[in-house]
Design a protein around this ligand. Sequence first.
Ligand SMILES: Cc1cc2nc3c(=O)[nH]c(=O)nc-3n(C[C@H](O)[C@H](O)[C@H](O)COP(=O)(O)OP(=O)(O)OC[C@H]3O[C@@H](n4cnc5c(N)ncnc54)[C@H](O)[C@@H]3O)c2cc1C
Length: 420
Amino acid sequence: MDNVGIMRIFSCMKNRYDIAIVGGGLNGCALALALASGGFTVALIEAHKTQGSAKTQFDGRSYALALASTRLLSVIGIWDQIAEHAQPMLEIKVTDGRPGEGPSPFWMHFDHAELEEGPMGYMIEDRHLRDAFLAAISNQPNITHFTGAPVIGQKGLGGAVEVEIEGEETVNASLLVGCDGRKSGTAQRAGITRSFKDYGQTALVAAIGHEKPHGGIAHQFFLPAGPLAILPLTGNRSSIVWAESHDRAAEISALPDEGFIEALQPAFGDFLGALSVAGARFSYPLNQTLADQLTADRLALIGDAAHGIHPIAGQGLNQGLRDGAALSEVLVDAKRRGEDIGAAPVLDRYADWRSFDRTTLALATDTFNSMFSNDNPLMRLGRDIGMGLVNAVPGLRRGFMREAAGLTGDVPRLLRGQPL
Ligand SMILES: Cc1cc2nc3c(=O)[nH]c(=O)nc-3n(C[C@H](O)[C@H](O)[C@H](O)COP(=O)(O)OP(=O)(O)OC[C@H]3O[C@@H](n4cnc5c(N)ncnc54)[C@H](O)[C@@H]3O)c2cc1C
């Protein structure tokens, strides 16, 4: 064999992993750490140069993490690093209304005191989560983190898959996981089609400083143009996710901070006193995009690559973490049984496990958004009576809270706080 042949074999061995993950966003990072804790060697391949060290400044982005998601983060060694920055959500108040008119008399109130497990979830800023992930990944010998490494191709090689990174480097693995977001190239290259629905809304996202303390209470106001979520952060700050029509959102985005607060005030109300913008402002066009399949030949999709949903219930990242927890468990169990982790029967178990949850969540977020984002008097009456009913029945109220906390259904081990 010539030198070129020997070099090629050497480079294949060097770049051989159990699992290659394309996309090092939050779901890709969490999955890599979970799989590494289960004894797999992992290539985590991210197009951008590392998005940390975000210790710099708060950029306004934050997430509502369900209680079950925080348990997963504990098992993979992240929660202890970020718990001090997390704000517990002690109560959630949901009301229907019109800007400037105040809430309707029908509303729902969820109080964590009714759940024996504790707070339904926590608010955490993106920078703290991302930094903790990057630090844990750099300390995990089972993970090789490729950054500034856009994946441009993939092909089957019999019992493996070869992933091509721009710049001609390749990585081989028994299984490829597409974690590359709503426009997943990994899914496209595998021929997986996806549905797409534009909601005609843009979410304006920012952290808002306020005069009075929020008391750990999250608010969801259903307004005619779309929902406004006010989610408590540490200190006298809340994160807002404010859905408006694309045109109105573009107008509001173009305003300076003072103009933004003026536009927000009628919808937000004055219950937290004077408001100010506390960080950068973002806008996200809202749509739903669902991959038609979760798996293909030696390929599984997780997170937004599998299902991008409306943020109305703050469940997108939580859903991706559930995908990752289920996939890790299926793969670890398969490895213990001596199965090929990329084989179709193994991947089918993952797809079967996740299909009910993903379909119901997509349907629920879609239905809630269309039911609540309008001013039709009949719809308003119907939804207000529905809210009044849920609020009046303790069993229903607790059911909603357990669902939001991620405690219902066939919960994977990691989300129960157990190791793989
Ligand atoms: C306004 C708004 C508010 C939200 N609030 C919440 C909330 O409160 N709680 C919650 O649970 N969820 C929330 N979500 C949803 C949550 O933000 C997403 O579900 C989650 O961030 C998706 O993470 P991901 O890792 O799957 O995808 P992404 O964050 O899209 O990451 C994909 C990664 O893949 C990389 N990539 C893409 N192509 C390639 C390639 N070819 N090669 C290599 N890398 C590639 C990208 O650079 C990126 O880093 C919200 C969403 C929105 C829009």
